[in-house]
Design a protein around this ligand. Sequence first.
Ligand code: SF4
Length: 292
Amino acid sequence: MPPTRNRAAVPEQLGFAGMPERLFVCTPSKLGAFLDCPRRYRYSYVDRPTPPKGPPWAHNSLGASVHTALKNWFTLPPERREPGALPTLLKSTWVREGYRDVELERAAYRKALDWLETYVANLDPEEEPLGVERVVAAKTSVLALNGRADRIDARMGESGPEAVIVDYKTGRSGLDADDARGSQALALYAYAAQRVFRRPCHRVELHHLPTGTVAAHEHTDESLARQVRRAEETAQDIMAAEKAVAAGADPDESFPVNPGSLCGWCDFRKVCPAGSGVAAKEPWTAVEHLAG
Ligand code: SF4
């Protein structure tokens, strides 16, 4: 056989022009970043090196600490899942960054411990979730989707075993069923979980620890498919913007700014022309009320 070196031709020559595009690899938060603000997406995922970010946020530290404590709760054997274990769990995962001072940090720690004590009082220690901080993944004709769900519960539904997506929230404001219904991230986790666990997954829940409330929504196959379609449309918009930049378009036009209330909280406020005029939030603004 003759060497085949010169047969490596461009895709069009090989008749591959009509081949599907490469799948867009993404997480729900990557898609959400573009929906919130295309420029923020560009700073986070396109520009290299990544532009300098602002300082760490105390509310992110608090959220991460509580999430990890709950994750570690489920690594304990059932007989050790009792409230007395929580101080050790929380202390060992506590993230200190972003607080104004030690006083505010201590107040946040005490609140977090209260929230956790109330929360675990309503958990059955014998119950093992299907997954805790579990990565679920699925492909569509456009997306290679993956994401880490806080918890995926195994529950008995009307027609048999089901998976339920649980997302912990530690922000100040409470949440309602509309938040659960409208969350693209939760819907995409449910879509992926159905495939990973090979069981129905339609119910998504937001567990708001500060108020001890649960906001839930029951998706249908149609509403999940709708959310997946929207995610695909967002992915197509992102790929079109990236292609335009690669072809020489102005990156600022392809990834426009979306100035608004998010700018004060944006990690890239200082480098963004729209954000630099916005009053900055202090890194601890969102947790200050915990000291009251
Ligand atoms: S400061 Fe505002 S407009 Fe600029 S990237 Fe951040 S969110 Fe977008």
